[in-house]
Design a protein around this ligand. Structure first.
Ligand SMILES: Cc1ncc(COP(=O)(O)O)c(C=O)c1O
Length: 421
């Protein structure tokens, strides 16, 4: 057995992995653009952007340079009572590209913590105003992370089952469509005096299988929440930074959420960092001579300067017109591929939003544990492509630097899988 793998097995416990039956981990020692390389020189196309984080390609020289520069200047400083240029620049940068109603930036470490902070901001917003509102509204099948608050507002599933009895109660509603919209609005109206907030993944529910829904319907729900004074949280952890074809999924909406969550692509996928933003009114509800109205939340590495430097470097690349052109190129390629395969008898549905395309295999039942998952995963690994199906849902979510040739190679192999598996 490979020496690195041997040592790994002795000491490491991997995420979302049944360590008894899982295949051996593949040791990666180098990344360049869309490619990952093993210690023995095998090359893989990272077609899932390493859990959806990588947007500009691996080991991007510009981000690496900025990270190194920052490391030599200041690696970290406590963020309570102190500040630093990279955090200020990042807050300014982010606020310049997200919806204009967002005014304040709160830092944390990852997507789950960005969600935790948003929930706490909403709950305490009402508490600080002496209004008793403690219920949270979320979509069925949502995924907002793995910490307890984030799990609670996620759909109950095999992932949450061992903890279900400890998760706080949440009102779950269906994804909106033309038929159920009025009913969803009346659910919100009936609950409004208890509802602290409504959290949602805008346009695409990622982990539950790239389930996609209409911006128009979400827009109406957000508007209704505003009319009923229910705060709204757009969890853009997955959809942010270009994934849906625009810089943010919220850019497809007329009505903007009151709070937003970011992570993953925030640093270009280089380093862990989370951000929660909010509108002025939320921030103002915490301003008081009463110290008990403070938002008592923070992590050791809040606004880590090196992570912020990576995010600022990623921002420079993101706003370069070439990046937007790449996003549009991938979107157009995906669209053409969808048109070519969507009638295939082995496929139940093909969905596409921006740079994400998802193919739902026609199997008996849709499940994360469907056996087609392993068959597809191994098939593509053998072809040098990392595609990690969510059960019977195969999806591509590549870094934006992927070439047309590499996309065509992935499409060809999907066609081959459809014909041969
Ligand atoms: C929409 C959404 N929110 C939150 C998270 C949690 O992010 P993290 O894994 O960084 O904690 C994820 C992760 O996949 C996500 O897709």
């Amino acid at each position: 057995m490979n020496e690195l793998v041997n040592r790994d097995l002795e000491v490491v416990w991997h995420p979302y992995t049944q360590m008894k039956t899982a295949a051996l981990p593949i040791p990666i020692v180098k990344g360049e653009g869309v490619y990952l390389f093993t210690d023995t020189g095998e090359k893989y196309i990272d077609a899932v952007s390493s859990w959806w984080v990588n947007i500009h390609g691996h080991s991007h020289p510009y981000i690496a340079e900025k990270v190194f520069e920052q490391l030599k200047k200041l690696e970290h400083v406590i963020f309570a009572g102190f500040t630093h240029p990279q955090a200020i620049i990042l807050a300014e940068n982010l606020l310049s590209i997200i919806p204009k109603n967002q005014k304040k930036v709160f830092f944390s470490d990852n997507g789950s913590t960005a969600v935790e902070v948003a929930l706490k901001m909403c709950l305490q917003f009402w508490a600080n105003k002496s209004e008793k509102r403690s219920k949270i509204l979320a979509f069925k099948n949502a995924y907002h992370g793995d910490t307890f608050g984030a799990m609670a507002v996620s759909g109950r599933s095999a992932f949450t089952a061992p903890f279900d009895s400890l998760l706080f109660d949440v009102e779950f509603i269906d994804l909106p469509n033309r038929e159920n919209l009025e009913n969803l609005k009346s659910i919100i109206s009936n609950l409004k005096s208890d509802l602290a907030c409504f959290i949602f993944e805008p346009l695409v529910q990622g982990a539950s299988g790239m389930l996609m829904y209409d911006a128009k319907d979400l827009d109406e729900l957000i508007l209704h929440c505003k009319q009923e004074s229910v705060l709204t949280i757009a969890d853009e952890v997955m959809t942010g930074f270009g994934r849906t074809g625009k810089l943010f999924a919220s850019d497809h909406l007329i009505n903007k959420a009151d709070l937003m969550c970011f992570s993953k692509g925030l640093t270009g996928g280089t380093m862990p960092l989370g951000i929660t933003t909010c509108k002025q009114e939320i921030y103002d509800a915490f301003l008081s001579d009463d110290k008990l109205k403070t938002l008592f939340h923070g992590h050791s590495f809040t606004a880590n300067p090196v992570a912020c430097a990576a995010a600022n470097a990623s921002f420079d690349i993101l706003i370069n017109p070439k990046t937007l052109a790449n996003i549009q190129r991938i979107e157009a390629k995906h669209k053409a591929f969808k048109a070519q395969i969507e009638k295939h008898p082995k496929l139940k549905e093909v969905r596409q939003t921006g740079t994400i395309i998802a193919l739902e295999w026609n199997t008996d039942g849709t499940s994360y544990f469907n056996s087609i998952r392993d068959t597809l995963y191994n098939f593509f690994l053998k072809k040098g492509i990392i595609l990690r199906p969510l059960g019977n849902i195969l999806y591509i979510m590549p870094p934006y630097v992927i070439t047309d040739d590499d996309l065509d190679y992935i499409y060809q192999n999907i066609n081959l899988a459809l014909e041969t598996l």
